[in-house]
Design a protein around this ligand. Structure first.
Ligand SMILES: Nc1nc2c(ncn2[C@@H]2O[C@H](COP(=O)(O)OP(=O)(O)OP(=O)(O)O)[C@@H](O)[C@H]2O)c(=O)[nH]1
Length: 319
């Protein structure tokens, strides 16, 4: 008797789906934390303060039946400075290219002008005929009671046209899988876009810059609200220290920190350079872990006056 192939229809996933998903929301809405919860591993550097995620960061959700490539945007906010306008251009450009949008609205805060601004941008996108599905997510659901959550969901419903509304907590995992299911339904059929195991395609330099920025802002965020830009000049192997002689390989990492005023330069550097040394030590540990190599970290603090308002400076700083 010829052996029959096993009937595998029951375990065969339905049509494979894949797509890019952009996560938007006002500063502090929980976008990075949600990205991490969806991906299941830490990919973006979160922070308790608004406007720290300046770069588009991707994580990949792998499932047997689907793959979602997450794009974590800079905080979409009402333009106050030229930097704000640039960021919003970037966000709008990103929105036009993705298969689905997740709009985060934190449950512990009422719907406000910032949310309305984003809702209006999404409505514009819809009117522009992009037809991109938008899933509104009530984030931080663990922070509020049922009644407040219900009230929040009603407010979200009244804010615009959403394909679905899902309450989620990235901290205790509530409905994170449900959100993945919903998103998978909204991306088109298609093959996996990234090989499994690849969690982020974030260029190393951007991660290095974020580590330095985080360390440099530690404890002085109030004095340096949005006035610190970090640019990685180079990451190069030290000559003669490539590991071939048995000694640990060494990388020279040169980083510039730009502030707007001399007084801010003083804050970053500290008395006799003490603070900058601490920043260097903290950041170096993170960078060594990230790059898997010993690192010589060279930090330079420079003043770029009013860089947030100057297009040329912005260009130089990579925005
Ligand atoms: N309790 C609770 N806290 C959360 C949750 N998600 C995020 N947070 C907290 O909210 C703060 C902001 O979260 P982020 O993920 O950094 O927010 P973001 O939208 O990426 O912020 P920006 O980078 O400023 O745009 C952090 O202190 C998080 O720990 C959640 O589901 N529950």
């Amino acid at each position: 008797m010829t052996p029959q192939p096993a009937d595998r229809t029951a375990e065969q996933p339905a049509e494979h789906r894949s797509g890019f998903v952009c996560i938007v929301g006002r500063p502090n809405a929980g976008k990075s934390t949600l990205t991490n919860a969806l991906v299941g591993e830490k990919v973006a550097i979160t922070s308790g303060r608004p406007q720290t995620t300046r770069h588009v960061i991707r994580g990949v959700v792998h499932r047997p039946d689907a793959q979602l490539v997450l794009v974590d945007t800079p905080g979409l906010h009402r333009p106050r400075t030229l930097l704000g306008e640039r960021l919003n251009d970037l966000v709008m450009a990103t929105l036009g290219e993705v298969d689905a949008v997740v709009f985060c609205l934190p449950a512990d805060q009422r719907v406000g002008p910032g949310d309305r601004f984003i809702a209006e941008s999404l409505a514009q996108l819809r009117r522009g005929g992009a037809g991109t599905p938008v899933v509104a997510v009530a984030t931080k659901a663990d922070l509020v009671g049922r009644e407040r959550l219900a009230e929040h969901l009603v407010a979200i419903d009244q804010l615009g046209e959403w394909d679905e509304i899902v309450p989620v907590s990235a901290v205790d995992g509530f409905q994170v899988d449900t959100l993945v299911d919903v998103l998978v339904r909204h991306v088109p059929p298609g093959p996996a876009l990234y090989p499994a195991g690849e969690l982020t395609d974030e260029p190393e330099a951007v991660m290095v810059a974020e580590l330095v920025r985080e360390a440099a802002l530690e404890g002085v965020r109030d004095e340096l609200p949005h006035s610190l830009a970090v640019v990685v000049e180079e990451i190069v192997p030290r000559e003669g220290r490539d590991g071939s002689d048995g000694r640990a390989p060494l990388l020279d990492v040169r980083v510039n920190l730009f502030v707007e005023r001399d007084s801010q330069k003083g804050i970053v550097i500290g008395r006799g350079g003490s603070r900058l040394r601490e920043v260097g030590t903290t950041a170096r540990r993170g960078i060594e872990a990230l790059l898997g190599s010993k690192v010589n970290l060279d930090l330079h603090v420079k003043v770029a006056r009013d860089w947030q308002r100057d297009p040329k400076q912005l260009g130089r700083l990579g925005f």
